[in-house]
Design a protein around this ligand. Structure first.
Ligand code: PMP
Ligand code: GLN
Length: 381
């Protein structure tokens, strides 16, 4: 068997969700909202499956969705995209990442990865023959400097994989950090593979800035989005890929032999959803920010140290002030003895992990968050 997959454990998200089900714990581990997602978008998907075309849609995605993606990013991020040569639909951001890594990496190419990193990245890079070069980010701000990038980049760097906003740390990188990374990409002729699935889930008055809009990056960026995150429908797996034509031509070749296409009813519903009024997107953000603030306040009142975070469904807690230094042990006790599932952030590091940070998903109903807080109070004591 291929050692990349033979030798790795099951994803921490699956492990924690199974533990939560078995123990009856409140699941603040795997990131999915309680909110069922906008009803009009779900109805559109239902209508399309009954009334619409259910055979293979076009390989690049249905035209109405590709047009809607281009219009959506023009409106929200000021990016001009030609929907026919620069936009593709995949079965989730995960497929887009896998395909892009297969398409962009030649065996032996170096890939710069920021830790903490989403757990799919490293196995996919290794399976594609890439050689990982890590940049270690640390709490509380998870920023990177020119010195850190200079250590990771080399003449062999082919791709840098950036997740912005960053899961699990909830950091949001703006024009300055992106500009710094862009300088390194340009100097090393590297491609920025940008996982921007959390682009709409940003708070505190911040606006997402795409790497595609950074000077000099238009021709060397692959931007990946996910309808699952935009519409609180994480099971939908509709990925949105944008890149200049020369890159897209090759990304499409990988996509055609991974899934080839994505369920047409979901594509039709996402096309409709992307055109919704600004108030939907702003309302989603405001609701998420409210949940974050409610949960953060409750944690602080119970003696937990909450780290700053400005996006995603997650907030992180520093357990060092509690005299603890093992996030995995903390999460195991929390789920088994106190009935709350969370995610140890060390699971997002391949080497030299930060071991004092724990991630909680706050995208839940008030009662669920309050129930978890009661249990966390006992744990804190
Ligand atoms: N990248 C990141 C950073 C994520 O957090 C997730 C899912 N939570 C994904 C990719 C996967 O997205 P999808 O479900 O669209 O495959
Ligand atoms: N992205 C989700 C999270 O970070 C998990 C997705 C998955 O389970 N693979 O919680």
């Amino acid at each position: 068997m291929n050692p990349v997959f033979a030798d790795i454990p099951t994803s921490v998200f699956e492990v924690m969700s199974i533990l939560a089900r078995e123990t009856g714990a409140i699941n603040l581990g795997q990131g999915f909202p309680d909110d069922p997602g906008p009803e009009d978008v779900r109805r559109k998907a239902a209508e399309a499956v009954i009334e619409g075309w259910n055979q293979y849609p076009p390989m690049m995605g249905i035209p109405e969705l590709r047009q809607a993606i281009a219009a959506h990013y023009r409106h929200w991020q000021g990016i001009e995209l030609d929907w026919q040569s620069e936009v593709m639909v995949t079965s989730g951001a995960t497929e887009a990442l896998a395909g892009a890594l297969m398409a962009l990496i030649r065996p032996g190419d170096e890939v710069v990865l920021f830790q903490p990193m989403y757990d799919a990245y490293l196995p996919l890079v290794l399976r594609a023959g890439g050689v990982p070069k890590f940049v270690k980010l640390s709490p509380p701000h998870w920023t990177f400097t020119a010195e850190m990038l200079a250590e990771a980049f080399s003449p062999k760097t082919r791709v840098v994989l950036l997740n912005n906003p960053l899961n699990p740390a909830a950091a949001v990188y703006g024009p300055d950090q992106l500009g710094l990374l862009a300088e390194f990409c340009i100097a090393h002729d590297a491609i920025a593979l940008c996982d921007e699935v959390w682009e709409h889930v940003v708070f505190d008055g911040l606006r997402h800035v795409s790497m595609l809009s950074i000077r000099g990056m238009r021709e060397r960026t692959v931007k990946i989005g996910s309808a699952g995150k935009i519409f609180s429908l994480t099971g939908w797996k509709v990925g949105l890929v944008c890149a200049a034509p020369a890159l897209m031509r090759v990304l499409a070749k990988a996509h055609q032999f991974i899934t080839f296409t994505t369920p047409p009813n979901l594509q039709a519903a996402v096309a409709y959803g992307l055109g919704k009024d600004d108030s939907y997107f702003e309302g989603m953000r405001a609701g998420m920010a409210r949940s974050r603030d409610r949960f953060a306040k409750g944690l602080v009142e119970r003696g937990f140290s909450v780290l700053p975070g400005h996006g995603t469904y997650f907030l992180t807690v520093d357990i060092a002030p509690l005299g603890l230094d093992d996030d995995v042990a903390f999460c195991k006790r929390l789920v088994n003895e106190f009935g709350v599932a969370a995610i140890p952030v060390s699971a997002f590091y391949a080497e030299d992990p930060v071991t004092t940070t724990v991630r909680f998903c706050f995208a839940k109903r008030d009662e669920v968050l309050d129930g978890a807080l009661e249990r966390l109070e006992k744990a804190a004591r």
